[in-house]
Design a protein around this ligand. Structure first.
Ligand code: ADP
Ligand code: ADP
Length: 231
């Protein structure tokens, strides 16, 4: 089953005097349960593509369907609802809320989804344990290291049990132990819940775990190795 279909996506940024063609006609589809890395040099359009796939930004041209829904036809409130319930984001720009503790940051989305206090607490503690932050539940982001904050962001993305997770350089601030822990958590969710993962990365260890690698260069897909042989 296709969860994402992108057809001829282009993105032009007009912020500066000279327009930037960040994406120049990108088409691909993603099946449920994929574990896909988007790679390529800095500035090739990885973040732009993830933003568009997640409905955080709209393409200049082209069509993007998620779970059969055309994102451009969704009204803003539907789009927010959709992002909240279907997609987990692990984005560098998606910062933690500084006045909330690690546990509160993770619980917030579940509160918005209407889970009971008990259910939220149980799940938050389970996730904190999974990302190796047991005992840090009452720490605010400023009291945690960059890598620990990243793991809180990951736990927050997993909290809503989204059907797919978009991650922009999820291991960029992690040491090798945390990188391995995170990859284990992602692989387990992928295996046991069928969660679809799409992540951009420069990290060879992360690329090695991917079952499909889409390579971008200058706003175009230059290779796409679909290695999903034994799903
Ligand atoms: P990557 O994630 O691969 O580093 P980006 O998607 O961030 O690539 O950027 C692709 C190109 O678009 C770059 O040239 C970048 O400078 C430009 N770009 C990204 N975001 C913006 C923006 N908000 N305004 C103007 N240009 C942007
Ligand atoms: P990445 O780490 O993915 O390469 P960047 O450092 O390219 O990300 O961009 C970080 C943020 O700045 C992104 O939100 C991007 O949209 C924005 N950005 C990137 N390039 C530009 C630009 N030339 N003008 C305005 N915003 C930009």
């Amino acid at each position: 089953m296709k969860v994402i279909e992108a057809k001829n996506i282009t993105k032009v940024y007009n912020a500066d005097k000279v327009p930037v063609n960040a994406l120049r006609g990108v088409s691909f589809s993603v099946d449920k349960g994929e574990f896909t890395a988007i790679v390529g040099p800095s500035g090739c359009g990885k973040s732009t593509l993830l933003n568009i796939v997640g409905g955080l930004d709209s393409p200049s041209e082209g069509e993007i369907t998620i779970d059969g829904k055309d994102l451009s036809n969704l009204k803003e409130n539907k789009l927010i609802d959709f992002r909240l319930n279907k997609i987990g984001f692990v984005f560098q720009s998606y910062n933690l809320i500084p006045v909330l503790t690690a546990k509160e940051n993770i619980s917030l989305i579940m509160e918005l989804q209407g889970l009971s206090k008990k259910a939220r607490d149980d799940r938050a503690m389970e996730l904190l344990k999974a990302v190796g932050l047991e005992g840090k539940e009452h720490k605010k982001p400023s009291e945690l290291s960059g890598g620990q904050q990243q793991r809180v962001a990951v736990a927050r993305a997993l909290a809503s049990e989204p059907s797919f997770i978009l991650a922009d350089e999820p291991t960029a601030n992690l040491d090798s132990v945390s990188t391995n822990n995170l990859l284990d958590i992602m692989a387990e969710m992928n295996r046991e819940k069928g969660t679809t993962f799409i992540f951009s990365t420069h990290d060879q260890r992360v690329i090695n775990k991917a079952r499909r690698v889409i390579k971008l260069d200058d706003g175009l897909i230059v290779s796409d190795d679909n290695m999903v042989l034994n799903p």
